[in-house]
Design a protein around this ligand. Structure first.
Ligand code: CAA
Length: 259
């Protein structure tokens, strides 16, 4: 990967989008690297949580690359949208949890990338927005869909139609992020959260992610059946036996072994 740095700390992987000259903007190369990143993380059974952040102090990701998009035809524009959507969907459906540590501008494709991560926390310096209507396009990497699902259609429409950027405190108030930290505290906070998650039984964390993501797309009667199947699937695993056994024996459970 040319534009993504990948570091592993125990069972937590930290991926940093690294194209600082363009504020980490997503051109085709960065999208290809994101695709490779998801494949690599998925193939590594030792990784239990992925953190995604941006290099430098200014930006998480300042959007899709405007230079690359500026000369696209209608068909090429649609294909570019599909390229972004395919890789973001792949990230969203990665079996393990993904935390976006939003360290600055998260505009357009950057806001959309953060929304494809299941959990978002940000620095006080973060700025979110979908500026696309001001550029003569619609959000193209899932923004119209994920923003409306996350913060409700009324607020999503207001932000998208107006192309207004919002700061971290407003992002927290409308539920776009879960927590705000100082710039220095952001990555340590993301790592602490990731480590907390990584200590829990991995099979169950993955099942919870699947249940929430897929269940939200279903009518409630079908969603609870999905939950029942995933709940049932946890039984007879070594981690379930160890977790419940430790409780009943009034001892701390052994580290979960992912089996
Ligand atoms: N695409 C390409 N290059 C970008 C970029 C982007 N989205 N955002 C920033 N850059 C480049 C700038 O062109 C500049 O490059 P040069 O030094 O070669 O001129 C460099 O990054 C630094 O940017 P600025 O000088 O503009 O930095 P600033 O601090 O003055 O402003 C900013 C920062 C407010 C984020 C500003 O760069 C900006 O508004 N960027 C564009 C944000 C945007 O509109 N994003 C949405 C893109 S459309 C999209 O994402 C569609 C979709 O949904 C798929």
């Amino acid at each position: 990967m040319t534009h993504i740095l990948l570091e592993k700390k125990g069972s937590v992987a930290i991926a940093t989008i690294n194209r600082p000259k363009a504020l980490n903007a997503l051109n085709s190369e960065v999208l290809n690297d994101l695709n490779t990143l998801v494949d690599e993380v998925k193939a590594d059974p030792g990784i239990r949580v992925l953190i995604l952040t941006g290099s430098g102090e200014k930006a998480f990701v300042a959007g899709a690359d405007i230079g690359e998009m500026s000369t696209l035809t209608k068909a090429e524009g649609e294909a570019f949208g599909k390229k972004g959507n395919d890789v973001f969907r792949k990230l969203e459906t990665l079996p393990i949890p993904v935390i976006a540590a939003v360290n600055g501008y998260a505009l357009g494709g950057g806001c959309e990338l953060s929304m494809a991560c299941g959990i978002r926390i940000c620095a006080e310096t973060a700025v979110f927005g979908q500026p696309e209507t001001g550029l003569g396009i619609t959000p193209g990497f899932g923004g119209t869909q994920r923003l409306a699902r996350l913060i409700g259609p009324g607020m999503a429409k207001q932000l998208i139609y107006s192309a207004r950027n919002i700061k971290a405190d407003e992002a927290l108030r409308i539920g776009l992020v879960n927590a705000v930290y100082s710039a220095e505290e952001l990555l340590p906070a993301a790592e602490k959260l990731a480590e907390t998650i990584a200590k829990n039984a991995p099979i169950t964390v993955r099942a919870c992610k699947k249940a929430i993501n897929e269940g939200l797309e279903l009518p409630m009667d079908e969603a609870v059946v999905l939950e029942e199947k995933l709940f049932g699937g946890c039984f007879e695993t070594e981690d379930q036996k160890e977790g419940m056994g430790a409780f009943l024996e009034k001892r701390k459970h052994e580290p979960y072994r992912n089996c």
